[in-house]
Design a protein around this ligand. Sequence first.
Ligand code: CP
Length: 306
Amino acid sequence: MADTRHVISLRDLTDADLAWMVRRAGEIAVDPTARHEPLRGRVIGVYFTKTSTRTRTSFTTGALRLGARVITYGPGDLQLNTGESLEDTARVLGGMLDGLVIRTAGDPDEMRLIAEYCPAVVNAMSADEHPTQALADLATLRARFGRLNGLRLLYVGEGNNTAAALALALPRFPGTAIEFRTPKGYGLAPKVLAEARTLAGRYGSWVGERHDMESLPEADVVYGTRWNTTGTSKTDPNWRRDFAPFQVNAAVMARCPGAFFMHDLPAHRGEEVTADVLDGPASIAFEQARFKLHSAMAVLEWCLAR
Ligand code: CP
């Protein structure tokens, strides 16, 4: 389809696209009213088959603030449930909607099929990548530090879709360092880690992964994520035993002096992070959550109004 812009994977974005969305999110954070309503007259579909508080609200609120109208679909709403094919669904929705924001448990190929028929498709989290989370995270970091180049991030927890998105985004900024500390058996997908290391070689950044919590690196940010990633379950009944050493608590933060704490949320206090860290002075997790709205607006503007 001609003249379309999708955000399905960060791999698809040029450096300029990525930088534009991060910068634009920062501008919107300063003035989120979007008074000129660049999406006035547009209709955006928001189709979520998995639970969401932040992403669904941010894209819905963001589209409304940008002047669009919104149709929301939950997991039981579309005729997909009664056997209509994804392709037919996409052909119909693409003929009526200006954009579609999608969260599924499926792989991005489903979104790419929809994107063949729909002018703008946004991946609001698929099984293997959460690109708009990373955009919000980068915008949060840029607002907090005034730059992205040279920042050092220590990620602690499962190598999930948020981790994948960070691995595909942060190494594109020169001088950054991102170290993943993931439980053995729950690390980054090897393909994603290899891609991230290739990016690091190209941009002069650094990417590493270890499966322990020894010898933590110096970090500007410690990043936590829930142990049960949305839409997933673990087959090993003893999985908590593997995750327990990876809790971010005061002792971990003390080993990273001066670091801020980020979390993609939702959080489970007492599991992946203790309450004193999540609710403590170093935490910028709720500022980060607010950036979900600013970055969603930037994504929608980039897709439909730039
Ligand atoms: N971080 C995130 O994607 O939150 P939700 O699942 O609530 O959208």
